[in-house]
Design a protein. Structure first.
Length: 463
């Protein structure tokens, strides 16, 4: 049964959601909400369909506006900002649960969340602000600190406007940068396979890419100005010894090639966000971004409209027995991977600050996994198929070892916390095709290390 609904979120705003219900004889008695991507603006039909295929009652919302995923001009309307930030999804969850109860004459046994990118942010907003909405959340590559993420996109793009600038890095040069990163970092995990299992364990020195005077225009090296721009990306945005946003991870160069070299596209999200959600100035130029703009964004965020999800206080979700399985790809330079480890570290610090009276062990309810060389939510040079939201390929086995959603269900309902997840890389990136190799995905800060034998087998690796 397919149900489409539209409801008022305020006196002058509406939201849409669709709820797909399996036959009573097929329903697994669970409710699954799927998140969105980009600026949303439409129901996430592919992931709703995947949830239905697994016999979940599955729902997605348009987040309170209709647009393409790259159009943020609607931020100029405050009520739509509230809807996108938190309201449309939360209310859609509440209404969906009422419909489920009426349709099946019983309530769902468990409720789950499943989202990546913007969907990751939505998931953290839910567990932070509405802890009773879900029992478990599978959250990937989250835009968890929206005000700072969009500022970084503007800041990072400065070195690439225009493409004739002396700091611009070409497609061919990104290839050379990536090859140098591999030459310095690839073998740390014990095997040379074209993958960097954990960039945090490599002290990459990009100075080796500096052109000699006779090669000043070479595509295989960098001028001093280009090298400075590259170091700026790796180093992140730091102001007064405070991290505004972490740098791109080593190994993500070929994702960066697509993203930063095409700076007009890379900056479009940050441009619309600061123009319409923060500064109310449609003529503002993203190359003018400063820390003062970020401070203004934080003041606007105080009113709750933009719903960043960087609050480390997960005590309410923990108290109700909720579980979070959080993952991020090491080749993601759209939402730099370091933000996930920064947030997890803040959560650890928050619970430690509560003292021994609470004695909460964060991994008992919240676990972070880093995926070697996975791009933004999917793709990339490494193994990336784990049954997660936004992934167009299916795991070779629908079990708790290979499917992260099923691992979350098992943890939430059965208490079996995942120690690792097996990620798959297909030949020709085709579901059902030949498996190129598999690798264990480890609890951060652990990383896979080669034991010997056949490197294509996950059993040849340990965390």
């Amino acid at each position: 049964c397919r149900i489409a609904a539209q409801f008022n979120t305020s006196s002058n705003s509406t939201a849409v959601f669709e709820l797909w219900l399996p036959l009573s004889s097929n329903w697994n008695s669970r409710f699954l909400t799927v998140g969105n991507g980009g600026w949303a603006g439409a129901v996430n039909y592919p992931d709703v369909g995947r949830g239905l295929k697994l016999n979940f009652a599955s729902m997605s919302t348009n987040t309170g506006h209709n647009s393409s995923g790259g159009d943020g001009t609607w931020f100029q309307y405050q009520e739509q900002s509230f809807d996108f930030g938190y309201r449309a999804l939360h209310l859609s969850v509440e209404y969906s649960k009422q419909i489920i109860s009426a349709y099946y004459s019983t309530q769902q046994s468990y409720s789950y969340y499943w989202g990546c990118s913007t969907g990751g942010r939505q998931g953290f907003v839910e567990v932070q602000r509405f802890p009773n909405d879900f029992d478990g959340a599978l959250i990937g590559d989250p835009v968890i600190w929206q005000t700072h993420e969009e500022a970084w996109e503007d800041y990072a793009g400065i070195g690439f406007y225009p493409n004739t600038s002396e700091t611009f890095i070409s497609v061919e040069q990104w290839d050379a940068i990536h090859e140098e990163a591999l030459s310095q970092c690839d073998g740390i995990d014990g095997v040379l396979d074209g993958l960097i299992s954990n960039p945090e364990r490599c002290n990459f020195v990009p100075d080796t890419l500096l052109c000699q005077s006779t090669k000043a225009n070479s595509t295989s090296c960098l001028t001093p100005l280009q090298l400075g721009n590259l170091k700026r990306l790796y180093g992140g945005w730091i102001e007064n010894n405070t991290v505004v946003w972490p740098g791109v991870p080593v190994g993500s160069e070929l994702q960066g090639l697509l993203y930063y070299t095409n700076a007009e596209v890379a900056g479009s999200y940050g441009l619309d966000y600061y123009r319409y959600a923060i500064l109310n100035d449609s003529t503002w130029n993203s190359t003018a971004i400063t820390i003062e703009d970020v401070k203004i964004a934080e003041q606007v965020e105080t009113y709750g409209a933009l719903a960043s999800a960087y609050d480390p206080d997960l005590t309410a979700f923990h108290a109700k027995g909720g579980k979070i399985l959080h993952y991020h790809g090491w080749q993601d330079s759209v939402v730099n991977t370091g933000i996930s480890s920064m947030y997890y570290t803040n959560v650890l610090a928050h619970f430690a600050s509560l003292g021994n009276a609470t004695a909460v062990k964060v991994p008992d309810f919240y676990r972070l996994f880093m995926i070697p060389e996975m791009g933004h939510c999917q793709g990339g040079d490494g193994p990336w198929v784990i049954g997660a939201a936004g992934q167009p390929l299916e795991s070779p086995s629908n079990d708790t070892m290979h499917n992260a959603l099923l691992a979350l269900v098992d943890w939430t309902e059965g208490g079996s916390a995942p120690e690792k997840i097996v990620a798959t890389k297909y030949v020709n990136e085709t579901t059902g095709g030949e498996v190129a190799y598999q690798r264990p995905i480890c609890l951060w800060p652990e990383a896979p290390v080669f034991l010997g034998g056949d490197a294509t087998k996950e059993t040849s690796w340990e965390c």
